[in-house]
Design a protein. Structure first.
Length: 241
């Protein structure tokens, strides 16, 4: 049977409670943490229920899926009175190919996955041509196991500095994926390392006042991520189970 709006609301509430508890353990204000709902594994009708359940920050990890969905949801909201179309924003969280950068800028309000100088330059060039400033996060590989994407942790500070110099990019923070193994010690280590780097860059004013997002944590590890300072948790399966 298809998932109901009620069920989605319940799951979102449970996740919210877990975030509150994690914040309490870490002495944080829960208002600092936003849930980014990852819709890659559900159908468009479920996304509509998610919006009915009050969720407005959505994300996809593939451009082939992001672009048509942004349009479908925009059309859907255009036919209804509430919520207004502006209540919904989309993030791009997956690996981004350079030939998809223009569409990523046009279809998202935040790109979490800029992980190389070449890609950052492409985003900057495309944003300049579109006459906009693209909000981006720098994706960092913080786990000791080899991962396909994310800039090496030792190179991240310098890459962040270079991105901060680019006129049509706004560097809004950092993103990482926990280790594939899901081992809690390795996961916490990865998140601690990113959090320390984030503090260091913020102290040095890289990205300026907009540098305030720490995107880490998914369904299996968001509680640890929140304890370690996440401001954006990217959650898919736990919302739709
Ligand atoms: C799929 C995905 C998520 C969400 O994963 P869940 O385990 O379903 O919560 C988060 N971040 C990225 C980059 C993803 O691709």
């Amino acid at each position: 049977m298809a998932i109901t709006t009620k069920r989605i609301e319940k799951n979102l509430q449970a996740i919210g409670e877990n975030i509150n508890s994690a914040c309490a353990r870490a002495g944080r204000d829960p208002r600092e943490v936003r849930i980014v709902a990852v819709t890659k594994s559900v159908e468009i009708d479920v996304i509509k229920k998610l919006i009915d359940a009050g969720k407005g920050v959505l994300a996809e990890n593939r451009m082939q899926q992001l672009v048509p969905r942004v349009k479908q949801i925009k059309d859907y909201l255009g036919r209804r009175k509430s919520p207004p179309a502006e209540a919904v924003e989309w993030h791009m969280i997956g690996h981004l190919q350079r030939n998809k950068v223009k569409a990523a800028i046009e279809n998202s309000t935040l790109i979490h996955s800029v992980d190389s100088l070449r890609l950052a330059e492409e985003v900057n060039d495309r944003a300049a041509k579109l006459g906009v400033i693209a909000n981006v996060l720098l994706q960092v590989n913080c786990s000791r196991e080899p991962q396909k994407y994310g800039c090496a942790i030792g190179a991240a500070y310098h890459l962040g500095e270079m991105m901060d110099e680019m006129k049509n990019i706004q560097l809004c923070g950092l993103m990482t994926m926990g280790p594939m193994s899901g081992d809690p010690v390795g996961t916490r280590n990865a998140f601690t390392r990113l959090s320390e780097l984030f503090q260091e860059m913020r102290n040095d004013k890289i990205g300026g006042e907009h540098f305030r997002e720490l995107s880490m944590g998914m369904s299996g590890d968001y509680k640890i991520a929140v304890e370690e300072g996440a401001t954006l948790v990217r959650i898919g399966s736990a919302i739709f189970e």
